[in-house]
Design a protein around this ligand. Structure first.
Ligand SMILES: Nc1nc2c(c(=O)[nH]1)N[C@@H](CNc1ccc(C(=O)N[C@@H](CCC(=O)N[C@@H](CCC(=O)N[C@@H](CCC(=O)O)C(=O)O)C(=O)O)C(=O)O)cc1)CN2
Ligand SMILES: [Zn+2]
Length: 743
């Protein structure tokens, strides 16, 4: 077990939803009352067994990385940081109350995990949160692996990241920060580590991804103290995974941790730094050379060079993924429809395990990465982009667009609208599955989707909404739908990746130059508009989001790829406008997500991200309104970027974070209209009309009635009509109430 000369293979984490999304199906059956807790646990055990089967090709396997919903929530439960409102007699009910909310309580806030499309639940910590060790899950999953004879390494979110990812509980003193509680929390971690040690664990992995971000000297002092305290209780491997440790690296090494797992894909500067630090030859250094975030085949020649550099520094070397493999699909072998020259360049989780293993095998492959074929290049697109010049900006400032837009589409104050999608019912998905499998002809599929559009339009008219949507029934996903129609993209049949809880996505593969060959959305929008006198919004996904939710080529800057996508969207916007569409929404929910974890890269990011949005949208007439939509709080960091999009209306997530975004908007150079979401659509809970009215009053007080729209937080695709109809009735009623008060 303590082989000190050979290079050891491992992974920092693994997909946990099941290779065929078994856990997703079991969870959704459980939530709808079709599967009892015992049935859910059986399904979970089968998923864990499959994970261990896969991982067993490695010298050492991570354990405890399975989760019913989210690993940050698991950590909260492991230290008993459960909000009083989520405590229930049944622990599983308590867990799902925190994750999803229930009749009695709103859930925890959900937000993006670093610069990924994974969402974690934000723990709520107060000055009196009574931490207590609950190591049962960690111990049980460790033993499950041990019983198979595997070298098992328990994984937990580390205490510093846990508190940095948390937020102060409601009513905490103004100056309280969760990190203030590090001393108490670390004591509880020592108990958990001790329990794991008693169960037979050697090395324990503590994930500290928050140390891939800029940290202040005070925070570094906290890291030092916390790890000095922990090193006595277990052998600790600290993993980062979302960039370089940077200034945290010497602090961790000085604290005496047993090992450190480096992200050598995004954080190669750590390797240079290590060579200048005085690293003990006893330190276990894990070289994260296999990308945990993307699906390109590893350049084994280059990776092997980095492993050699690590071998020069220490006698205990590991090879691993750069982060958990949670962010990539399970198995490339499930993809039978991809072109061979693409398959030859791809690697999913199972293939990555083989790459990791090969790098620890002296006789393993050291193949370099083959270059992209010439056929993936499109010189026409490149020439058009080069000639774009200042066409990337709207000719007329917002102040002068307001009147022509109001004249073209007259609306009351606090206009009501939705974000785009209506429920993706089981029937819609079945029809799409049948169409995909060739069991339903195109004409029948289109007729079915048009019927759904008609139903959605009729429902919105009945509800009395002001600006309607077609409901997006024809879209499997807001990114994949576009990727399927653009050149330069491939889509997968089963490349599922967890986004949050039971919700999964199939990120498309953006491998070459991008171009549009035909209109992608116009017939749907035009059809919807033909059914109503009310305005129907056109609905597109923006370039940043298309990139963020795809696996993107890494052979040119993201900015260049974004501009190509933007150009394709620009043509779609022009076609929508030519078809008579007066309002075009271009969603950028991932604008915040791609913001670099460290401040150094942010200005450049803001510049290219907002320019690509403007390339997509700036071609319209002054009386055509551009709307955009963003989800997931913490807008503070991107508020200037939101302004730089130069949209006429921006709808944003606000309800789960209790309208905190209004404070961010205050003082920002943002003048146009805002639709702060007043209904948290990620929870099955239906808000009351007066609750939404209260939220709208806050918005009116902050922005003035003339700048506020009334809308949900996000699209309704994940909700059921039983929730949507009463919630939208309440929303329309709330808008009317507050409108009357403001008049
Ligand atoms: N890419 C992406 N990222 C995003 C979002 C988003 O909308 N898209 N929204 C935010 C929140 N994240 C979300 C992520 C996923 C879903 C979601 O609803 N996902 C669906 C799958 C969507 C999909 O691809 N649907 C396909 C395939 C559906 C499917 O599973 N079909 C069955 C067969 C049909 C059946 O009997 O149900 C199968 O293939 O096995 C379709 O409709 O065609 C799910 O997990 O259930 C929602 C929000 C942030 N990130
Ligand atoms: Zn959204």
């Amino acid at each position: 077990m303590n082989n000190r000369t050979a290079v050891r293979s491992t992974a920092l984490g693994y997909p946990r939803i099941g290779s065929n999304r078994e856990l997703k199906r079991a969870l959704e059956a459980h939530w709808s009352g079709r599967l009892d807790a015992a049935g859910l646990e059986r399904a979970a055990a089968a998923v864990r067994a499959e994970m261990l089967d896969d991982l067993s090709v490695l010298d050492a396997v991570p354990t405890g990385v399975f989760s019913y919903y989210d690993h940050v929530l698991d950590t909260a439960f492991a230290v008993d940081a459960v909000a009083p409102r989520h405590r229930r007699e049944d622990p599983l009910a308590s867990y799902f109350a925190a994750a999803r909310g229930d009749a009695e309580a709103a859930p925890l806030e959900m937000t993006k995990w670093f610069d990924t499309n994974y969402h974690y639940l934000v723990p709520e910590i107060g000055p009196a949160t009574a931490f207590a060790a609950k190591p049962e899950k960690a111990v049980a999953e460790f033993l499950e692996a041990r019983e198979r004879g595997l070298d098992a390494r328990p994984v937990l979110v580390g205490p510093v990241s846990f508190l940095l990812l948390a937020k102060p509980e409601d009513g905490a003193p103004e100056d309280f920060r969760p990190l203030d509680r590090i001393g108490d929390l670390v004591e509880v971690y020592t108990e958990i580590l001790t329990a794991l040690g008693r169960a037979g664990a050697g090395l324990v992995q503590l994930d500290e991804p928050a140390l891939a971000a800029d940290r202040t000297p005070e925070e570094l002092a906290v890291v030092a103290a916390a790890y000095r305290r922990l090193v006595g209780t277990a052998e600790i491997l600290v993993a980062g995974g979302y960039g370089p440790f940077g200034e945290s690296l010497p602090v961790l090494l000085d604290a005496g941790v047993e090992g450190i797992a480096l992200d050598l894909v995004r954080g190669r500067s750590d390797l240079d730094a290590l060579e200048t630090l005085n690293v003990s030859r006893e330190t276990f250094i894990v070289a994260g050379v296999v990308d945990g975030r993307n699906i390109w085949r590893t350049d084994l020649a280059k990776a092997a060079e980095d492993v050699e550099r690590v071998r020069a520094l220490t006698d205990r070397v590991g090879v691993a993924s750069s982060s958990s493999l949670l962010h990539v699909p399970v198995d490339l072998a499930a993809e039978t429809g991809l072109p061979a020259e693409l398959v030859a360049r791809l690697s999913f989780a199972r293939q990555k395990l083989a790459e990791i293993y090969a790098l620890t095998d002296p006789d393993g492959s050291r193949e370099p990465r083959p270059a992209a074929p010439d056929a993936w290049r499109d010189d026409a697109v490149r020439a058009r982009l080069a000639g774009l010049g200042d066409d990337a900006d709207r000719r007329i400032p917002y102040a002068d667009r307001r009147a022509p837009q109001a004249e073209r589409v007259p609306l009351p104050p606090l206009p009501t609208t939705t974000i785009g999608s209506f429920p993706q019912t089981a029937e819609l998905r079945k029809a799409r599955a049948a169409h995909r499998q060739g069991l339903m002809i195109d004409a029948d599929y289109h007729a079915r989707m048009k019927a759904e559009v008609a139903t959605v339009i009729a429902e919105q008219e009945k509800l009395g909404l002001d600006v309607l949507v077609h409901g997006e029934p024809e879209r499997n996903d807001m990114v994949q739908y576009f990727a399927e129609q653009l050149t330069g993209f491939a889509t997968t049949a089963a490349g599922w990746v967890q986004s949050y809880g039971s919700r999964c996505v199939r990120p498309p593969v953006l491998f070459g130059d991008v171009a549009r060959t035909a209109p992608m959305t116009v017939p749907w929008t035009s059809y919807a508009q033909s059914l109503t006198a009310k305005p129907v919004k056109g609905m597109l996904t923006g370039p940043v989001t298309i990139l963020a939710w795809s696996f993107v080529r890494d052979d040119q800057p993201l900015a260049d790829t974004a501009d190509q996508v933007a150009l394709a969207l620009r043509d779609e916007v022009a076609d929508l406008e030519a078809a008579g569409t007066a309002i075009i929404q271009v969603d950028e929910p991932a604008l915040r997500e791609l913001l670099p974890v460290r401040a150094a890269g942010r200005a450049a990011y803001r510049a290219w991200a907002t320019r690509s949005f403007r390339i997509a949208t700036a071609g319209v007439r002054p009386d055509t309104a551009i709307h955009t939509h963003l989800c997931y709080s913490e807008f503070g960091e991107v508020i200037d970027a939101i302004a730089a999009l130069d949209a006429d209306v921006t709808s944003i997530e606000a309800s789960r974070s209790k309208m905190e975004v209004l404070a961010d908007l205050d003082g920002a150079d943002y003048r146009s209209a805002v639709g702060p979401g007043v209904w948290d659509i990620h929870s099955p809970r239906v808000p009351a009309a007066d609750e939404m009215a209260a939220a709208l009053r806050l918005a009116v007080a902050a922005l003035g009635a003339g700048r506020v729209w009334a809308n949900p937080d996000c699209g309704l695709k994940t909700r059921r009509y039983e929730e949507v109809v009463p919630a939208l009735q309440g929303l329309v009623e709330a808008a009317r109430t507050v409108r009357a008060e403001a008049a």
